[in-house]
Design a protein around this ligand. Sequence first.
Ligand code: PMP
Length: 375
Amino acid sequence: MLNRVAFLFYEEINMQSFNFSAGPAMLPADVMQQAQAEFLDWQGCGSSVMEISHRSKEFIAVAEKAEQDLRDLLAVPDNYKVLFMHGGGRGGFASVPMNLSQPEQTVAHLVTGSWSKGAVTESAKYANTHIIGTDVLIDGQKTLSKQTEWEWPEGDIAYLHYCPNETVEGFQIAQPPTHKGINLVADMSSNILSKPININDYACIYAGAQKNIGPSGLAIVIVHEDLLGQAQTCTPSIMNYAITAEYGSMYNTPPTYAWYLSGLVFQWLKDQGGLAAIEQINQQKAQTLYQLIDQSSFYQNNIAPQHRSIMNVVFNLPNSELETLFVKEAAAAGLHALKGHRSVGGIRASIYNAMPLAGVETLAQFMLAFEQSKG
Ligand code: PMP
């Protein structure tokens, strides 16, 4: 009886409450329920999957299936390695220059927000790091500086690094900025698996897990195999791509539970119809909010339409008092974690793959009602 009541309560919470956290972010309800069901006794082995050896044949099967499903979802060609690493997104800020450049080499960066800026700071420790282009304000709208105006440094460039989705500012670069055959590296921490991409456009992509992949503690790196084996001598072994690839991402103990849960998310994505299907829903979710914002003079977003993130929708209200009230009343209505990043303020609705359309529609209804009563 108690179980039944608890179950009904859970259902009710799930129906009425939505978590718009930017990360760690909500995971698909189906995945959480499966993980809960097999938490104490995984596949009848009497233990949790987090309590068994990463070298057991049972865990190796979990790990291999997760990698294969990720390869299938992103159509990763055979000449790319898929690595399950430690260190989250910021781990990539360091591991990319250590593995893909030499100290005397030059690397180029686009800076369009907080995370691409963070990548520059870290990269400067390992290579000559040049900012070649930034976001700019044109006619009151934030956009990317023109490619023809990018300032390329002299000489060879090891790669061009950019962040296709700035999680804090809600700014996206939807198409990869390919240029004269230069190796492209992308920090996809907050938009990986949100739409199909062509891996061949990239030398390397990396992502912290805690938005569209699984729980924090894991980072995915997908790197062209021709680039392996030239890491700087200072590179710690656990951050070395060639060593990680050689040992099947098990040079040391990997974050096994995060790997398992990510595998459940990959299977869930396949069950949804893959990335083309999920992109359609993601577009629909984002456009629901942007249309509402554009039709209102109460809510503002100053990002040029083609650069508006489909994962993190940011907006402002007429003043910060109203924003504080919005966040408070939204939470009381079951719409959680809508406060913008502390560095920029405002409101941010993070609507990653796991956020159902119903969550976005509920938020839209709340926004309309809030505007009517306070606008
Ligand atoms: N890059 C991007 C685009 C991010 O959104 C984040 C985290 N929000 C990071 C890097 C840093 O990730 P982590 O905290 O896992 O190091």
